[in-house]
Write a protein that binds this ligand. Structure first.
Ligand SMILES: [Zn+2]
Length: 86
């Protein structure tokens, strides 16, 4: 598995904007996704950690993972939409 950005080529990390999945609840909350073997590892950005602690992280991480698998994630360098190549 790998992330592929149309501008940067292969990248090791993808970002998902919380606003896209949680609307105003997760506004300004960003998620970082890395590939770990055959799995995706999701974590909330350090800046949003304290705020995000009040939510069910497992639930949201699953939603973030689905977004990434559906191609709704962006490149941390150029913010272009990236693809997850199986
Ligand atoms: Zn890029």
């Amino acid at each position: 598995m790998r992330f592929d950005c149309p501008n940067c080529g292969q990248i090791d990390k993808a970002l998902v904007d919380g606003y896209g999945i949680g609307d105003r609840l997760l506004e300004d909350v960003w998620f970082e996704i890395v590939i770990d073997g055959k799995k995706l590892k999701v974590k909330v950005d350090d800046d949003a950690k304290d705020y995000f602690d009040q939510f069910d992280s497992k639930l949201w991480y699953d939603i973030v993972e689905k977004e990434v698998r559906n191609g709704h994630a962006e490149c941390p360098n150029c913010h272009e939409e990236i693809k997850l190549i199986p």
